[in-house]
Design a protein around this ligand. Structure first.
Ligand code: TXE
Length: 481
């Protein structure tokens, strides 16, 4: 049994309560580690450590802060295999995805902001020859970063990297469902010489540790990624305290396929955008809209490709394309949506059932990639975030019709458009209500770009300058000449 610890004031320590939460490997159903069941007392210890470290860290030259971050990224790269196996054990995603996606992106996150900070500048506004304004962008102080279970280290570092780079100190809480790599990360922070208290990781439950962070009177900004419902709870607490809020929430993303697309390229990418990471990515295209003239061609090719290529099984096996669902609760939630789809009149074209691999994974939580057609765009299956390996197919005849369906949900995170008509691509991209649009590609990411959604998909943007500005306060100073 691996016992995880909190990382507070540069040390790995037990929770004040001395209590622990069991942490299960979703591929085997077996408890493999225990995670601190921390509470507000641990958050208070973390806050004090962060507050005490802030003066020195914020006055450390940006280039030196960046160097320490680059050292952390080098150690993460050195231990990539260890972290990849840990991520797969904890989250259930295939090992090749941890090795080629999750952990390399965590390394990039740290490297990107560890170097970006040296180029972070602000503005001056001269008023003729009688005055000049200059804008200071200074670190906020102690900030809170709360991250989810779908891309554990990837989203954890996506938040803490800009926060640290801009000179803030952090109280961070990874998901209690996937705490393992954040724990291993704290060890390499110690090895890299990150000063004590600059980053503090408090493990535990959302309603205990997460809410203690969001309601802490001296933690001035909260960066959160997770469910829309939880985002609303956090906003309710943080807004009256006038905290800065970055909320990256759920999605129900349309994948719009026109008849004039590059069919083979679209097909290959649509399998990815539908089922990568077991569909547990807020950017997955779970509602697929296909122009009627190619609907049947698409349907048979897509079902065939998913059935033959997306091998479900032991995530440690290199042949596995679809791993385990992250938890029993989420496994049951996804299955309940498949049942709902049938009740709403959908036809399951493939998948829709539990998969029981032989051997060590016999007691794991696996669902076959599921494709459903024949549902109205207004039904719950097409309106609510399922966050699993489930997509629906809907034909359309006109742009107006598909935009009406695509924009019909409460969400507005991402959209994908497939067409060779560049004018149509830009027109539809402007009309679809989302924060991110991919044309003839998916999940092609430049870390400088603004990242986030509209409507119930969240508030604010992460990435590049947006993140550096979120974690700093702007002050305008006007000097009479
Ligand atoms: O997220 P939660 P969950 C969606 C997806 C999923 C649903 C719920 O649909 O089914 O959200 O997933 C912490 N105050 N996404 O339950 O609860 C919690 O401990 C402060 C989309 O995992 O939002 C964890 O660290 N913190 C999303 C983090 O919030 C609280 C990715 C996320 O947990 C808290 C994941 C509280 N009151 C789920 N309650 C995306 N956009 O990628 C919980 N937490």
């Amino acid at each position: 049994m691996i016992t995880l610890q909190n990382y507070i004031n540069g040390e790995l320590i037990a929770p004040v309560s001395g209590a622990y939460l069991s942490n299960t490997n979703p591929a085997t159903g077996e408890v493999f580690s225990e995670c601190p069941d921390s509470d507000e007392r641990d958050v208070d210890l973390a806050y004090v450590a962060a507050e005490n470290a802030f003066e020195q860290w914020s006055n450390t030259p940006a280039e030196k802060r960046g160097r320490i971050m680059l050292k952390i990224s080098e150690l993460l790269e050195r231990d990539l295999q260890l972290f990849a196996e840990a991520e797969t054990t904890d989250q259930g995603k295939p090992l090749w995805l941890s090795k080629n996606g999750e952990i390399p992106r965590a390394i990039s996150n740290i490297r990107f902001f560890g170097t970006a900070i040296e180029h972070f500048s602000s503005e001056a506004h001269p008023m003729g020859n009688h005055a000049i304004n200059y804008t200071l962008r200074s670190p906020i102080g102690v900030v809170g970063c709360i991250s989810p279970w779908n891309l554990p280290l990837y989203l954890f570092t996506w938040k803490i990297a800009p926060a640290l780079a801009t000179g803030n100190c952090v109280v961070a809480k990874p998901s209690e469902i996937t705490p393992y790599t954040a724990y291993l990360f704290s060890k390499i922070c110690i090895e890299a010489g990150l000063p004590p208290g600059v980053l503090n990781i408090v493990h535990g439950l959302g309603h205990k540790v997460g809410s203690a962070i969001t309601s802490h009177p001296s933690i001035k900004a909260i960066s959160f990624t997770g469910g829309t419902k939880t985002g609303a709870e956090i906003a309710k607490v943080a807004a009256p305290m006038f905290k800065k809020l970055s909320l990256e929430l759920g999605g129900k993303n349309p994948n719009i396929i026109f008849a004039d697309c590059d069919f083979e390229a679209m097909l290959a990418e649509t399998v990815r955008s539908s089922f990568l990471n077991q569909g547990e990515i807020c950017l997955c295209g779970s509602r697929i809209f296909i122009e009627r003239s190619i609907y049947d061609k698409f349907k048979s090719a897509f079902v065939e490709k998913v059935k033959t290529e997306l091998v479900v099984g032991d995530p440690m096996n290199p042949k596995t394309k679809t791993g385990a669902i992250v938890s029993k609760a989420h496994f049951e939630k996804v299955l309940s949506y498949i049942e709902l789809a049938k009740q709403e009149g959908g036809t399951v074209l493939c998948g829709g059932e539990v998969v029981k691999p032989d051997g060590v994974c016999a007691n794991g939580w696996f669902i076959a990639p599921t494709i459903i057609e024949g549902l109205p765009y207004t039904c719950r299956t097409n309106q609510e975030e399922i966050f699993g390996p489930v997509v629906t197919l809907s034909p359309f005849d006109t742009e107006e019709e598909v935009l009406k369906m695509a924009n019909s949900t409460e969400y507005g995170l991402a959209a994908t458009i497939w067409t060779q008509d560049v004018t149509k691509a830009h027109r539809v991209a402007q009309l679809v209500k989302s924060g991110i649009v991919w044309i003839n590609c998916w999940l092609l990411r430049d870390l400088r770009t603004p990242f986030g959604g509209v409507k119930s998909s969240g508030v604010g943007r992460e990435g590049g300058l947006e993140a550096l500005r979120f974690f700093t306060e702007a002050k305008n100073i006007c000097v009479k000449l």
